[in-house]
Write a protein that binds this ligand. Structure first.
Ligand SMILES: Nc1ncnc2c1ncn2[C@@H]1O[C@H](COP(=O)(O)OP(=O)(O)OP(=O)(O)O)[C@@H](O)[C@H]1O
Ligand SMILES: [Mg+2]
Length: 222
């Protein structure tokens, strides 16, 4: 089954007189248990497409399906439920909450799901162990390195056991050695948990791990 699918999707940004066609007629399918790269030059529409996949932004035209269900016109409540239960996010800039510890950052999505404290505690500790950052759990994000921050973000993205993790340039702010470690970790998590990943990237190293890759050019899928 496809987790996400689009049919003839368009996204147009309007700024005063000027309008930009960021996406034009996208037909794409993201299957279960896939590790997929989304490639394309700067401005080609990668982030725009991932924001639509993440239910953070809406298309101007076309249809979006989640697990076979048309969610193009779904209510905010429905979209929030899918976002919280089924999706995880990893960003170039890590996007950790600066005033929360590593532990609290990873715990937060479970709190939103209403899980009790003991379950949260056990799951977060297991996950921190799994991504190799247990010793930093009481640190704040600005007390750890970029690579460590991205490990926290990976833990946070996977803690709810989502169907799909959406990663926008997850290695762009990291040096080569650290980036390779992060790619390997994401791939391991994909294999261990069966989670699908879609990763927007300029990173050539990523492609060796990816089962399939899509190319965007000026908002058109090649
Ligand atoms: N909020 C916005 N308002 C207006 N135009 C936007 C907005 N966001 C993106 N765009 C435009 O849409 C197009 C696609 O941008 P997008 O950020 O999706 O590209 P990208 O492939 O992610 O690029 P990069 O590799 O630099 O991150 C660009 O022309 C961009 O200027
Ligand atoms: Mg982008």
């Amino acid at each position: 089954m496809n987790i996400l699918e689009t049919k003839n999707l368009y996204k147009q940004y309007k700024q005063g007189e000027i309008s930009v066609n960021a996406l034009s007629g996208i037909n794409i399918q993201i299957p279960e248990k896939a590790f997929t790269a989304l490639l394309g030059p700067s401005g080609s529409g990668k982030s725009t497409l991932l924001n639509i996949f993440g239910l953070i932004d809406q298309p101007t035209q076309g249809k979006l399906y989640f697990c076979g269900k048309d969610i193009t016109a779904a209510s905010e409540k429905e979209l929030t439920a899918i976002r919280r239960h089924q999706l995880g996010f990893i960003f170039q800039g890590f996007n950790l909450v600066p005033v929360m510890t590593v532990f609290d950052n990873v715990e937060y999505p479970l709190t939103l799901l209403g899980l009790d404290k003991k379950t949260r505690y056990e799951r977060v500790n297991l996950m921190l162990d799994r991504v190799g950052i247990s010793q930093f759990k009481k640190h704040l994000p600005d007390q750890i390195s970029g690579g460590q921050k991205q490990r926290v973000a990976i833990a946070r993205a996977l803690i709810t056991k989502p169907k799909l993790v959406i990663a926008d340039e997850p290695t762009a702010n990291l040096d080569t050695k650290t980036a390779t470690g992060i790619i390997d970790l994401m791939y391991q998590m994909h294999q261990d948990f069966g989670t699908s990943f879609i990763i927007a990237t300029h990173d050539e190293r990523m492609s060796s791990h990816c089962h399939n890759s899509y190319q965007l050019h000026d908002g058109v899928l090649q």
